[in-house]
Design a protein around this ligand. Structure first.
Ligand code: PRX
Length: 651
């Protein structure tokens, strides 16, 4: 817990409080702290009545019989109910004036623009659902989506959901090896991809990665390819089909299936403490409900708003807050395909100015990059359309929070710092902008219906401002249902660390006002540029290289990325340490997992520090990687000479 306690000190001194601006509160959905606290109290006192009342907001083909069946660690929400998330995001808006409202305004990195109204999006989704049907996809089948950030990704998700097929979106930055693992784990029948996508002026060759992967994925029967970049790709007869050609052959009517509340909606892989990624399973009704409500509460959506969440749809933020949450609210969603600094570091500000964006939701790592690039870039643009700012993915340091507030929000826009996880499905701790006074660096309070606590390992609630483990004490509708194919891991990872509660894997403290301060991961998961990576995944990629005998990967704090990846590596007998080998290993990891996992630093060493029972002492390596020396307890170390060597090898 050393990192938890040291982080506490750095933010303990933060005393600033910013009340919601009066004019914001006046026009907000939730207008005051009192009103908000009443909602929280209602949810606290009778959670099931509260969630049932809230569930009236979504469309049901058939209402539920039971709000919650809870047999720890398994929850079933709205049992007996029938709904469809695609119907809620589309069909439900068609009898209203929103039929002709923009659902998606998309901008490609090279600059082209597309707008799809709710009616048009509905048509495209129905047609693609018919394409899927023709390809033999049925309720319960898994479909892998490996696409750039283009409207077809949202269309494919909504089409799967319409039929009850379970989608598994795989981030376009992952390599073909990562693709193989995920496709095989989920047993996908079909892959939807594109020829490529644009990122910082270069083409990301997605179809080529899929071709490589499909050599080792026996369950995949077909591949549908969107033409995005126009690059030449190889198409295998009988397996590969062009999206645009298939779409011409189907009609545009396809009724949404009436699905059970607990029907599997999607699997999304995320990193854990072992080398094997976890397939987080989300189901239909509870997930929809909480995405819908949190979007309304936290982003205070108005029908006139243009809302932009910059996350890639390949991450959970994109699932919940680019696609399902905003569309179920009938919002206009802005999507941008590419990098924030292409062609220049003001691309985001240009987009905000061009489309008059009102709500902007991004990651602290991006904010730190903006700070580094210089405030003259945002200052060149008219950002007066903005009314609300948000952050997600990692703790935001008060300096970055203040910069965001002053330079982007002109001290006018509230900031919502939203804490949640792939596993929680939706935002759990966050200010509600018209009601909650904010403190820079704190995600503030849990949302209504969410019971959060900070505990010791033995399950005792700690006192105000004492560091501990963040836990969730009650089931919530959008919670992870299991780890795909590994229910035991689900139980062990989340529900056994501290008895009776959900273990989030984050350190936190709660101050005297009930505000939560998240202090980062307490397990072997690291947060690089807002993306979650297991150190074990990087280690297993390294040892798959013939030169590597053993490796240990740790995080070093990094101003820009949050954490940088440092890999300690011992070599197989005949291999010699060299700069070329370092480069080769970095490339190897990028090939095995994806560029986001490429180590920032590789250090060769004769031995790794281990306990007498052979466990690598990562804590010591973290200290060496961070400060170059060791101050902590080393009494369990098996061989003291290792430390000396590690220190000298560094020089
Ligand atoms: O450590 C926390 C951090 O991101 C982790 C979840 O990562 P992932 O499942 O990839 O989802 C990211 C987007 C929801 C958490 O365990 N995290 C996320 N949001 C915050 C955060 N840490 C501090 N403050 C946040 N607002």
């Amino acid at each position: 817990m050393s990192s938890v306690t040291s982080n506490i000190e750095s933010v303990l001194n933060e005393e600033r409080v910013f009340p919601p601006p009066e004019d914001f509160s006046r026009n907000a959905g939730i207008k005051s702290e009192e009103e908000y606290e009443r909602l929280r109290a209602e949810a606290h006192d009778s959670p099931e009545t509260f969630w049932a009342r809230m569930a009236e907001e979504i469309h049901w083909f058939k209402k539920w019989d039971t709000v919650l069946e809870w047999n720890l660690p398994h929850a079933k929400w709205f049992v007996g109910g029938k709904t469809n998330i695609s119907y809620n995001c589309l069909d439900r808006h068609l009898p209203t004036w929103r039929r002709n409202k923009a659902a998606i305004i998309w901008e490609g990195e090279p600059g082209e623009q597309r707008t799809l109204t709710y009616q048009q999006l509905h048509t495209e989704v129905c047609r693609f659902a018919n394409v899927l049907k023709r390809a033999g996809i049925e309720r319960g089948d898994r479909v892998a989506l490996y696409l750039p950030l283009i409207p077809e990704l949202a269309i494919a998700m909504l089409a799967c959901a319409r039929l009850g097929a379970t989608h598994s979106v795989i981030f376009g930055g992952f390599s073909s090896t990562a693709l193989i693992d995920r496709i095989n784990d989920a047993g996908c029948k079909l892959v939807v991809t594109a020829d490529g996508g644009w990122r910082r002026g270069s083409e990301v060759k997605l179809k080529a990665a899929v071709d490589e992967a499909l050599k080792q994925t026996p369950t995949v029967k077909g591949c549908i390819v969107v033409r995005r970049t126009g690059a030449r790709v190889s198409m295998q007869m009988g397996r590969d089909y062009w999206w645009h050609e298939l779409m011409e052959t189907v009609d545009s009517n396809c009724a949404a299936e009436e699905l059970d509340s607990e029907h599997p909606l999607y699997i999304l892989y995320t990193s854990g403490t072992t080398g094997k990624p976890k397939g987080i399973l989300h189901t239909t009704a509870g997930y929809l409900l909480q995405c819908h409500l949190t979007c309304k509460w936290v982003f205070d959506l108005k029908d006139e708003d243009i809302y932009w969440c910059t996350a890639d749809i390949g991450w959970v933020t994109g699932h919940s807050y680019v696609v399902y949450g905003p569309l179920s609210n009938g919002t206009t969603v802005l999507m941008y395909e590419g990098a924030p600094n292409y062609p220049e570091p003001d691309r985001f500000w240009q987009i905000i100015e061009r489309h008059r964006v009102n709500i902007f939701y991004t990651a602290p790592t991006a904010i730190r990059a903006f700070i580094k690039w210089g405030e003259h870039w945002p200052l060149k643009h008219d950002l007066s359309s903005l009314r609300l700012l948000g952050t997600v993915g990692e703790p935001i340091n008060p300096e970055a929070w203040m910069w965001y507030r002053e330079i982007i929000g002109k001290a006018r826009c509230p900031i919502v710092d939203t804490w949640w996880q792939t596993e929680t499905g939706a935002i759990m701790i966050s200010p509600v902008p018209g009601a909650t006074p904010t403190k820079p660096g704190s995600a503030t309070k849990p949302l209504p219906g969410i019971e959060v606590d900070v505990m010791t390992r033995s399950g005792k609630t700690v006192g105000p401002n004492e560091g501990g483990y963040l836990v969730i004490k009650r089931p919530w509708p959008s919670m992870v249902r299991t780890i795909w194919g590994d229910d035991e891991r689900y139980r062990k990872q989340y529900w056994s660390e501290i008895e009776g509660v959900y273990f989030a894997g984050d350190g936190a403290r709660c101050d005297k006002d009930g505000y939560f301060w998240i202090m980062g991961r307490v397990d072997d998961v690291i947060n690089v540029s807002g993306h979650r990576l297991g150190t074990a995944e990087v280690e297993s990629a390294l040892v798959s290289h013939e030169a590597v005998a053993e490796s240990a990967v740790v995080a070093r704090p990094d101003e820009l990325k949050g954490s940088a990846i440092v890999a300690f590596v011992t070599l197989e007998g005949t291999h010699k340490a060299s700069d070329d080998l370092k480069e080769e290993l970095r490339r190897h990891v990028a090939k095995e997992i994806g560029a986001l996992a490429r180590p920032d630093e590789i250090r060769f060493t004769d031995q790794l520090p281990k306990t007498r029972s052979g466990k690598i002492m990562r804590r010591l390596l973290r200290e060496i990687a961070t400060s170059g020396s060791i101050a902590g307890d080393v009494t369990t170390l098996e061989d003291f000479s290792v430390l000396e060597k590690l220190r000298t090898e560094e020089e």
